[in-house]
Ligand binder design. Sequence first.
Ligand code: SF4
Length: 104
Amino acid sequence: MEEKYLFYQLNRCTGCQLCVMACSLARSGVCGENESLISILTHPQFGTSQPIIEETCIWEQCDKQCVQVCSPGVLYLAEKKDWGGLLLKQHWNPVPVFVREEKQ
Ligand code: SF4
């Protein structure tokens, strides 16, 4: 199995949340931030947005619904052989990873 990782383009995310809804629907059949492995952070002062992914996203097999619904082309699920080239380009970054803490 080819190892893949989700990259994003800087300053392209509109914060529309379509990727969040698409991931959630594909995984659980409902629309909800808690069911999605991708989240969007929007800066409260500047309004800039960027995706982050839950750690599980790295290992879970999927049909990359988040990439498919993102019309500005922010997201790219890159094969390992392409990681080095993407990291050399200033506008591509690996999507940061977070660990979701269970609510008590
Ligand atoms: S990554 Fe794409 S689909 Fe997700 S919020 Fe940003 S623009 Fe929308």
